[in-house]
Design a protein around this ligand. Structure first.
Ligand code: SAM
Length: 231
């Protein structure tokens, strides 16, 4: 009964990796991977007691005690050096929170782990952090489920900075080139939302906020440009 969203995240977890799922809640992701014999070691990190209990419950229910280790900790503090983690998943939260978890947990990163991140929003700040911290985006995906669009970003540490331009940071270097229907629909929806905001602003009786309206118009044109571009 795993969601399409988490199934997609799972599909990027390398076979037999030692993973840490941060913000694991019910631990559905590592449980699914362990049940399907894709992994035999995982940490399910949780900062909150309730969700940690959910994880413990699920792990015991599926007879995965000792395979998936629930740990109460803030962010990457759930990881010990001796765990030899080589894959970190962080899914189902805002990009800014994921960025903060990575930034605060820098000392726990050995540079060898694959990061599989699924921000619900705030992809731009997350990609900026990855670029500035010498991560290369090695894959991306976008899916739609239950009326929400989700992006998945896979990244690995590299020796020299891989530069992404503004469009790549905002739209995603892989997503931008693939231009899947889901991607096009997401950005058409964004444009619709922006036009609604402009309509509201135009109804202001006095002082139409012309500068703000122009700024949004620019964003709408930018999306048109990106959706039409050949790269
Ligand atoms: N990863 C699961 C998923 O994608 O379905 C659960 C997502 S749930 C919406 C977000 C979880 O992240 C919550 O259970 C919350 O307690 C946890 N969380 C938030 N901040 C955290 C942090 N700094 N460290 C560990 N867990 C955190």
């Amino acid at each position: 009964h795993l969601s399409e969203r988490l199934k997609t995240v799972a599909s990027y977890v390398p076979l037999n990796s030692r993973m840490a799922d941060i913000g694991s809640d019910h631990a559905y992701l590592p449980v699914y991977l362990a049940k399907n014999n894709k992994i035999s070691y995982a940490i399910a990190g949780e900062v909150a007691k309730g969700p940690l209990e959910n994880a413990e419950h699920e792990i015991t229910l599926e007879h995965l005690d000792g395979v998936i280790l629930p740990r109460l900790a803030d962010g990457l503090d759930a990881i010990n050096l001796s765990d030899n983690i080589n894959c970190i998943t962080i899914a189902g939260m805002g990009g800014t929170l994921i960025r903060d978890i990575l930034e605060r947990g820098k000392n726990k990163l050995n540079g060898k782990e694959k990061l599989i991140l699924q921000p619900n929003v705030g992809e731009l700040v997350l990609r900026m952090w990855l670029m500035n911290n010498y991560y290369k985006i090695t894959n991306e995906d976008i899916i739609r489920e239950d009326g929400h669009t989700y992006e998945i970003i896979v990244a690995e540490k590299v020796d020299s900075m891989v530069l992404y331009d503004k469009d790549e940071l905002q739209f995603g270097p892989f997503l931008l080139r693939a231009k899947s229907q889901t991607f096009v629909d997401k950005w058409h929806n964004e444009q619709l939302r922006m036009r609604e905001v402009i309509n509201q602003m135009n109804q202001a009786k006095k002082h139409r906020p012309i500068d703000r309206i122009n700024a949004i118009e620019d964003k709408i044109s930018k999306i048109d440009e990106v959706l039409k571009s050949e790269r």
